[in-house]
Ligand binder design. Structure first.
Ligand code: GTP
Ligand code: MG
Length: 290
């Protein structure tokens, strides 16, 4: 399912091509052009250069195997499952800049919980645009789950407050909260998020179980800046990488993992509701050069 995320890098590593400075330079460039950060590309290639010197890597095939091992080592500790709390309801807050795939990811998550015979609830705390609530409503009907909403312009904190009340009363298993897309550098909008989190916290008697930043994998290095700001504002529990189906620049996954060490909880691989997968380092590595 995860295919070709570092295809250009793989294209360089064919057959018996000798490992020399030219190859290593080209590799570094290919890594950077696939959104691997400069620092990380440098450190990966340094490792390969050392292996070449020690004659552990003589051919492109050897380099391939080594690079796969290095990348697996970076990603493996960060492939973590989504938390389900024994103390119902489990609460997820979905965060991110405009258009990254938050609402679609909510539909995918709700669909997944339904398939597990659990009772999910969607919460329309994106009260900014009427269309946002309508979009979530359509998804809730498709999935067949509860939706809590209010009028456009309502205070998102109030929507969350009511939703958590309703969830307790109805025995909901998982509450998934949609928030309006916002630019990570708009302070008042980021403050509004902290407020939503605090309201959920007060009502639950614990922190929300997941504060998930959705990142559009096709937007490249900007995803890193987004993750930093959102993490600072609300303390993220993990990332969802949406739109990994549409990119051969999967290096952003590595960059974010390496720089922030935030768990990657799921990946989006298409627009339909069954197109969400757990992130697997092994799968990333197995398909990345194809
Ligand atoms: N190919 C692909 N498209 C996706 C994926 N996830 C979401 N999309 C598409 O991305 C677009 C935006 O998705 P939304 O879920 O509306 O994004 P959002 O973050 O809720 O957007 P705002 O609420 O406007 O901030 C839609 O056209 C989705 O179909 C994915 O994993 N793969
Ligand atoms: Mg949305």
């Amino acid at each position: 399912m995860l295919r070709g995320l570092l295809r250009k890098v793989g294209d360089l590593l064919t057959g018996k091509r000798a490992v020399d400075d030219d190859l290593l330079d080209e590799l570094e460039e290919a890594l950077i052009s696939a959104d691997v950060s400069f620092d990380l590309a440098l450190s990966l290639v340094d490792g390969l250069r050392k292996a070449a010197r020690e004659e552990k890597a003589k051919t492109a095939d050897d380099v391939k195997a080594l690079l796969q091992r290095q990348i697996r080592r970076i990603l493996q500790p960060l492939a973590k499952p989504l938390v389900i709390n024994d103390d119902k309801p489990t609460v997820y807050i979905m965060l991110g800049v405009n258009g990254v795939g938050k609402t679609t990811t909510i539909a995918k998550l709700a669909h997944r919980f339904k398939a597990k015979k659990m009772k999910p609830m969607m919460v329309a705390a994106d009260t900014f645009r009427a269309a946002a609530t309508e979009q979530l409503e359509i998804w809730s009907q498709r999935v067949g789950c509860d939706l809590v909403k209010q009028k456009q312009g309502a205070d998102p904190g109030a929507v969350v407050f009511d939703a958590l009340d309703a969830a307790k009363a109805r025995g909901t298993d998982v509450v998934i909260i949609d928030t309006a897309g916002r630019l990570h550098n708009k302070k008042h909008l980021m403050d509004e998020l902290s407020k939503i989190v605090r309201i959920a916290e007060r009502q639950l008697g614990r922190a929300p179980d997941e504060k998930l930043l959705v990142i559009d994998a096709t937007t490249g290095q900007n995803g890193l800046a987004q993750a930093k700001e959102f993490h600072e504002a609300v303390g993220l529990t993990g990332l969802v990488l949406a739109k990994l189906d549409g990119t051969a620049k999967g290096g952003i996954v590595l960059t974010i993992a390496h720089q922030l060490g935030l768990p990657i909880k799921a990946v989006g691989l298409g627009e339909k509701m069954d197109m969400l997968e757990d992130f697997s380092a092994d799968e990333f590595v197995a398909g990345m050069f194809e």
